[in-house]
Structure formats: C-alpha cells, structure tokens
Write a protein of this length. Structure first.
Length: 101
C-alpha cells in the first residue's frame, strides 16, 4: 500500500516538474521575443555612493572627523574579535531587538 502511494506521489511530482519546465520554456521564449528593456547608464550602486558622498560633504568638519574616528575604532574592535563571537553578538542583538518590539 505504501509503494502505491509512493508511486502515485512520484508520478504527480514528475507531472509537476514537466509543467514547470514547460512554463519556464514559455517564459524564456517570451523573454527572447520581447524588446530589450532600457539599460541604465550607471549601476544603482553609483547613485548610492554619490548620495552618501553628498551627505558626508554636507556635514561640518568636526562631525565628519568624529564619524571617521568612530568608524576606525569599530573596524579595529571587530577585526580583533573572532568571527563566531561577532556573529553570536550580532544574532543576540537582533533577537533582543525583536523581543523588545
């Protein structure tokens, strides 16, 4: 009895896989027939970097140096810690944040 159920389930899964493959082929054909979309001249990461640079330039010199100093200190602290410890502390921080909602 279990082999009959397994056989039916296997045939059902094969039919599902075949249907998915047909749908995938149809989508691929549609994508090839469709005109190419307009490609942006610059990747979106360039926009993010430019906006971050503009925000940094808008900060007063004293705040900018404090932020750079803080970034350097954090980088040194994280570099000295083992990877597992960093992941554990990060995970606990996320868990505590979720629980405090």
């Amino acid at each position: 009895m279990a082999s009959d159920d397994t056989g039916r389930e296997l045939e059902k899964l094969r039919a599902d896989v075949a249907a998915l493959q047909d749908a995938r082929r149809a989508d691929k054909v549609k994508a090839e027939e469709a005109p190419p979309a307009a490609v942006p001249s610059e990747p979106p990461t360039a926009d993010i970097a430019e906006s971050a640079a503009a925000e940094t330039a808008a900060l007063p010199e004293e705040q900018r140096t404090q932020l750079e100093e803080l970034g350097d200190l954090l980088q040194q602290e994280i570099r000295d810690l083992p990877t597992i410890t960093c992941l554990a502390v990060f995970s606990l921080g996320i868990l505590m944040g979720r629980l405090m909602r």
